[in-house]
Design a protein around this ligand. Structure first.
Ligand code: CDP
Ligand code: MG
Length: 823
């Protein structure tokens, strides 16, 4: 996309709702900002036609590298690089790269895999005067690490980001024609493969963090294994923390493994029972030192009891869990509800600050919610004393950018750095000066129940391998301590490794990818994976794609399916955006899509639940829709922002300003995507796409199109309504929904964003819809057996209508398909 389009996207949003565009052109520096689709990541090589031009560029690159390396400005960083464990294997590594097509590298986190190994290749290629011919790509599972690593390497080389080293993530890039080492997310590379299945021009491909077993990485490995024989000159380097390197080597025909020996200090491991004992001991011994002091001082000391001790005063931990003697997964679940709360985490942080020596604290939490809550609690904790003595920093994968230096740098003396992170700090981001790790033992993990078609994102116990990784974060510069906020017996029962993502997530987006890459039938392709997914999950995904009209009966992509492939989004969300733009209710579609793709901006404080519910209900009005409440809340936020009082607005209405800000950014990204694939013509202005944005029926219909087949029937049971889904039968409305507690609904159906299973099966975020919305925007229609009606969802939904009505609806739908065809 050109700068001009980019500027216009900003204008389009600002003329409707937006203030200043969040991604400003200046942020893209000298590198071209290019969309994720339509972009060749190998462009620098392929655009250099003549060999003399290549020769000239190779010489230039070498001269510049020699000059930079000799300059004083990078001396310190260059000597830092030589101290990293990776440096010891540099020669062996470069030899192995030239002699093997595939190489597996394993090494402790922080040893220099990500920042050093691609850089060694780059330096070597440039030194050999092959600079112009090389194109090194290194994939990262997360946007945030792609940016931070590219920035780090650029500064190690004394260059600006986007010169020889750049990055490219969804809708954002910093790179130029000079760029020879590009960090990109795995998703960007996968989309690149659609246009260029042979990765023409790429000389070296490094796939990082493969031990995490992310879905994209597992998928990429299947493709690469098939690609290697076609590209004998391509070098593939797989990088992993010290977990199961053999598995990957075997997958690539016993590829050579190089292990980078670690340089870590011993880390003392304290389980919950040890922590309790330690805290009791500390308090007692400190109280002892007061003997002989005045009674007043002693009383003061008593009243300052350590919160950690207080928390457990009445709890005998051993009796809490001794019943769970069997080392089974069951015991983990049984224990999961008890004791593990933010109070404990806070008390532990406080204990370390008060009783332990200097050093940064890294706290592992499960998600953004916990991070922001703990951030507030620590900042408001008076026992910690002077707030200027602490810098409490969040670190989360979906943060738009991180305030990098603050996280990596050492704080000034007398100031303690406390980083609150998700499992992103486990292996992809290293903070050197961490001495204390506080591990809550859990991570948010998606799981997928193929039988009930139920996807859950719930905190669950981490694996032993993750626990080991977390512990290792404390011993980078000196001996450290790992505070595990769970008993040893829980640790013993943890799984050795986490299940790979491909085995625990719905596969529809992956199936679309497989189709668009023309990799054959989905089932036989996925059977080649490191650990192939359950055929039932594959079948569910195919069925869903057929249901939403992305695949036809022969499992081939439909025009809608082809559009959805180009959108790096869940297919349902993608469909809602496409129809939102066609039916001119783009603004609500963007807002709802942003909330679905990111998170719900409504916060639910336990102590003020009723007030929060009331605020949300007032946004919903009489729409019977959580999604409309969301749209109205976002509109209110935009207006408040315009009047510069968005903080107060969010506070009064129980909204998270951080989430809303993130949604603003995402809306802009989505709009750019739609412009990219021709569904929005920016020059037509916002009005052209928002004519029906305030039409409740129209917006509900678009919601139905996007959320289908997430449909429940509302059945009247006396004075109340009961809700039924096709897969699991009776469900409940989530208590946080505006529809909770409503006895009767005006319309017969409800669409919902997700089903979650906690104490019972709940549907979250629902919208009451009419049968017309379903008939026009739902899935395939069939005449019912008696010829007197129409059926959907394999006969689960039944509408009485004559044949001629069915014909009419089919005609209308065909017109809709034509609209999609035309794009
Ligand atoms: O990939 P791996 O975990 O093996 O290590 P890395 O990311 O290459 O980091 C090597 C070292 O570089 C870390 O231990 C940090 O000291 C440093 N580093 C940094 O200071 N700032 C960054 N943005 C990245 C790495
Ligand atoms: Mg790394």
């Amino acid at each position: 996309m050109s700068r001009e389009t980019e500027r216009r996207v900003g204008n389009l949003l600002s003329s409707s709702q937006r203030a200043a565009p969040a991604i400003d052109s200046a942020a893209s520096g000298q590198g071209d900002r290019q969309p994720s689709n339509g972009l060749k990541i190998t462009k620098p090589v392929s655009t250099l036609e003549s060999s003399s031009a290549k020769e000239k560029l190779s010489i230039e690159l070498k001269q510049r590298q020699d000059k930079l390396m000799a300059s004083n400005s990078v001396k310190e960083l260059q000597s830092f690089r030589k101290k990293l464990p990776a440096y010891k294997v540099k020669g062996e590594f470069l030899n192995a790269v030239s002699e093997n097509q595939v190489l597996v590298i394993s090494g402790e986190t922080g040893c220099g895999k990500t920042t050093q190994l691609p850089q060694y290749i780059l330096e070597e290629e440039i030194a050999r005067l092959c600079g112009a011919h090389c194109s090194i790509i290194c994939t990262q599972p997360r946007r945030i690490s792609a940016i931070s690593v590219a920035a780090r390497i650029s500064s190690e080389r004394g260059e600006n980001l986007g010169e020889t080293v750049g990055y490219q993530i969804r809708l954002e890039a910093k790179r130029s024609d000079q760029t020879r080492l590009l960090f990109c997310t795995t998703g960007v590379l996968l989309r690149q493969l659609v246009q260029d299945p042979d990765l023409t021009g790429v000389s070296h491909l490094l796939v990082d963090e493969i031990h995490e077993r992310g879905m994209n990485e597992d998928f990429l490995l299947i493709i690469l294994r098939d690609l290697l024989p076609r590209r004998p000159d391509l070098r593939l380097i797989l990088m992993s923390a010290t977990i199961n390197a053999n598995l990957f080597s075997k997958y690539f025909g016993n590829a050579q493994i190089i292990h980078i020996p670690g340089l870590t200090f011993p880390v003392t491991e304290l389980f919950l029972e040890d922590i309790l004992e330690k805290s009791r001991y500390k308090i007692q011994s400190e109280a002892g030192s007061f003997q002989g002091n005045s009674r007043r001082r002693k009383r003061e000391q008593d009243s300052k009891k350590d919160p950690l001790t207080e928390l457990f005063e009445d709890v005998d931990i051993s009796s809490e869990y001794k019943n769970y003697s069997a080392s089974t997964r069951l015991s983990l679940e049984a224990w999961s509800g008890s004791l593990l709360d933010l109070g404990l985490v806070e008390a532990t942080v406080e204990f370390i600050c008060r009783h332990e020596g200097d050093g940064a604290i890294l706290v592992f939490l499960t998600g953004w919610d916990e991070i922001s809550k703990l951030l507030d609690r620590i900042k408001g904790n008076k026992l910690l004393g002077d707030p200027s003595k602490f810098s409490v920093l969040p670190l989360h994968g979906s943060m738009p950018t991180i305030n990098q230096r603050e996280i990596f740098d050492r704080p000034p003396p007398n100031k303690r750095k406390i980083v609150l992170a998700t499992n992103i700090a486990e292996s992809s981001i290293t903070i050197d000066d961490v001495v204390y790790v506080v591990d809550c033992g859990k991570a948010k993990e998606t799981s997928y129940d193929a039988l009930n078609k139920l996807a859950c994102l719930l905190p669950s116990w981490i694996s032993k391998a993750s626990a080991h990784q977390r512990r290792g974060r404390a011993g980078r510069v000196q001996p450290g301590v790992c505070y595990r906020l769970y008993p040893k017996i829980i640790h013993n029962a943890m799984l050795q490794y986490q299940l790979p993502e491909i085995l625990r997530t719905p596969l529809q987006e992956l199936c679309l990818h497989i189709k668009s890459l023309q990799l054959g039938t989905v089932g036989s392709f996925l059977a080649k994976a490191l650990q192939p997914p359950d055929p039932l999950s594959v079948q569910n995904a195919i069925e869903l794609l057929k249901t939403i009209g992305a695949l036809d009966d022969n499992e081939e992509l439909t025009p809608l399916g082809r559009h959805l492939c180009t959108l790096p989004l869940d297919p349902n969300i993608g469909k809602m955006l496409l129809l939102g733009s066609i039916f001119q209710c783009l603004n609500p579609a963007l807002t709802i899509a942003a909330a679905l793709a990111h998170r719900d901006p409504f916060v639910l404080p336990i102590d003020r639940k009723n007030e929060a519910d009331a605020a949300k209900r007032s946004f919903a009005g009489d729409s019977c829709s959580d999604h409309i409440a969301l749209v109205k809340a976002f509109e209110g936020y935009k207006e408040a922002k315009h009047n510069r009082n968005e903080r107060a607005f969010c506070w009064e209405n129980f909204l998270s300003p951080i989430t809303l800000q993130m949604m603003e950014d995402m809306r802009e990204q989505f709009l750019t995507l739609l412009a990219d694939i021709g569904f929005v013509d920016i020059s037509r202005g916002a009005r052209a796409y928002n004519q029906y944005s305030h039409d409740l029926e129209m917006v509900s219909a678009i919601l139905c199109a996007g959320l289908y087949p997430n449909v429940v029937q509302c059945k009247r049971r006396g004075k109340r309504t009961a809700f039924y889904t096709k897969e699991v039968g009776k469900v409940d409305i989530h208590p946080a929904s505006v529809n909770a507690g409503v006895h009767l609904f005006p319309l017969p159906y409800m669409v919902y964003s997700e089903k979650v299973k906690t104490t019972s099966i709940y549907i979250r975020d629902s919208t009451n819809i009419s049968d017309y919305a379903l008939l026009l925007f739902g899935g395939s229609l069939f005449p019912s057996n008696n010829g007197e009606g129409i059926e959907m969802l394999g006969g689960y939904l039944h509408f009485s209508a004559s044949k001629s009505v069915l014909e009419l609806i089919k005609k209308l739908r065909a017109e809709l398909d034509k609209l999609l065809w035309r794009k």
